[in-house]
Design a protein around this ligand. Structure first.
Ligand code: PXG
Ligand code: PLP
Length: 442
């Protein structure tokens, strides 16, 4: 679609951009001004194929009329309602729809505004759950190396990104970490789930032996680690984590901010792997990225532990001004209806083998040292330029953007996660362009 409008703001200085090399961006901006279906329109009028569903969130693609109409109508009907001690119908409707789509056993839904807030909510719920049951000693939280759980204090404490941790002080106490599961020596270029590494879940037994199960509230992991470079869990690993957590009375939290809502070709990664945690954190695809919203899904056991005491008392001292806000709820309802009506999760499952083969065809190109995939997620890891980590992949990102394709990079890893409406011809374009880019890189 041609864009005709003002495209050139004359002052870029005020906006402090998130997770961005601000000075570099502002010296040569990459400005998106419109979007429809699989494409963005740039300020200079080019079409760019969205290989990343925005930031892993626009699972139904862009400018979807059902979603836009629902948001517009909601603004006129009920713009905002207090979230505390008051209700409005659409929050209840959306919670029911999320529950009906969720793995069996996930019965309750707590709304937030982002993945980061979902993570904080889930960690607080885990600690408060044990306390509500008279097990107040269980306060420790176990994360994993190379985990990403958003940017708030709890999330960066359980997360395992060194850069994300080292600038912000001492973080939460009482946190420990499992080892990551990335074993390139054994598993490089695996299609789908790698064979080696399930034993790494046994490290949880060592952590339990060290601290005592009676001190541990929860383990939080991404079923598939996204932000730190697409790390696919080894076969059997998540099942083992479930067994060990259950054995020791520790809650298991799956952070499904990226994997939720169809990314793997199933509603949730819990469905894909056949492992049901006690809590699931979500955001992103819940509203197709259109209105900020997240949600924490819990089992009845977790929820019901709070439903004690006098009925006039607030059971959980937690919530956000915008928890379940009317516009976000209307957006979420229209989004989940779109996924269902268009069979987008099934579509993702069907396309995943074509995606896998196209991606792995990049194997012999220059600098490629690993390729990983699951569902409609793909990653190509490049050898770093000595002394200049991240530079090679970032150059690939810039070149791909010039050639009309949007990818993401983290370190020297290229990550791709397209809208689930992607066509085979788009997959060909995405990987074809990436191949051209890789061939011409230094
Ligand atoms: N948990 C996980 C597993 C995530 O992937 C968050 C929590 C935080 O969500 P919010 O909504 O607070 O950003 C995330 C977010 C990338 C990328 O390109 C990934 C995320 C966000 C932005 C970029 O890898 N993940
Ligand atoms: N800070 C102040 C001073 C507040 O009054 C509030 C909410 O009332 C917050 C932070 C939290 O804001 P939110 O509910 O949007 O997370």
């Amino acid at each position: 679609m041609a864009y005709s409008g003002s495209t050139a703001p004359n002052d870029l200085s005020a906006f402090w951009m998130p997770f961005t090399a601000n000075r570099q961006f502002k010296s040569k901006p990459r400005m998106l001004v419109a979007a429809e279906g699989m494409h963005y329109t740039t300020a200079d009028g080019r079409q760019v194929l969205d290989g990343t569903a925005g930031l892993w969130c626009c699972n139904a693609g862009h400018k979807r009329s059902k979603i836009s109409e629902a948001v517009k109508a909601q603004v006129d009907e009920l713009d905002y309602a207090p979230a505390f001690q008051m209700g409005h119908p659409k929050a209840f409707e959306l919670a029911s729809k999320v529950r009906d789509m969720a793995p069996k056993g996930m019965e309750h839904v707590f709304f937030t505004n982002s993945g980061s807030e979902s993570v904080e909510t889930a960690l607080k719920l885990a600690i408060a759950y044990h306390k509500a049951r008279g097990d107040a000693g269980r306060t420790r939280l176990i994360g994993r190396e190379r985990g990403y759980h958003g940017v708030n204090f709890g999330g960066i404490s359980v997360g395992g990104i060194v850069n994300n941790r080292k600038h912000f002080g001492t973080l939460l106490t009482g946190v420990d970490h499992l080892p990551h599961t990335h074993l390139p020596e054994q598993n490089a270029f695996t299609r789908g789930e790698p064979e080696h590494g399930a034993y790494l879940a046994d490290e949880l037994e060592d952590i339990v032996a060290l601290h005592g199960a009676e001190t541990i509230a929860a383990v939080i992991v991404e079923p598939v680690a996204g932000s730190t470079g697409v790390l696919i869990p080894p076969k059997g690993y998540l099942q083992k984590l479930r067994e060990i957590t259950k054995k020791h009375g520790i809650l298991l939290i799956f952070d499904e901010v990226i994997t939720g809502f169809g990314r793997l070709g199933a509603p949730f990664a819990a469905d894909y792997f056949g492992v049901t945690p006690d809590l699931i954190t979500t955001a992103k695809g819940l509203t197709n990225g259109v209105i900020p919203m997240g949600a924490v899904l819990t089992s009845s056991e977790v929820h019901d532990a709070f439903m004690n005491g006098p009925e006039n008392m607030i059971e959980l001292f937690h919530g956000y001004t915008y928890s379940g806000s009317p516009i976000a709820a209307a957006c979420g309802i229209a989004t989940l209806d779109t996924y269902r009506e268009e069979g987008l999760f099934e579509r993702a499952a069907e396309l995943s083998s074509y995606w896998q083969e196209g991606l792995h065809a990049l194997k012999d190109l220059p600098h490629v040292i690993d390729i990983r995939n699951l569902g409609l997620i793909g990653a190509v890891e490049l050898e770093s330029i000595p002394g200049k980590p991240t530079a090679r992949a970032f150059q690939a990102f810039l070149d791909a953007y010039e050639k009309g394709v949007l990818i993401r990079t983290t370190g020297d890893i290229i990550a791709m996660s397209p809208p689930l409406i992607i066509e085979k011809s788009h997959i060909d374009q995405l990987f074809g362009t990436l191949a051209d880019v890789l061939k011409s890189l230094d």
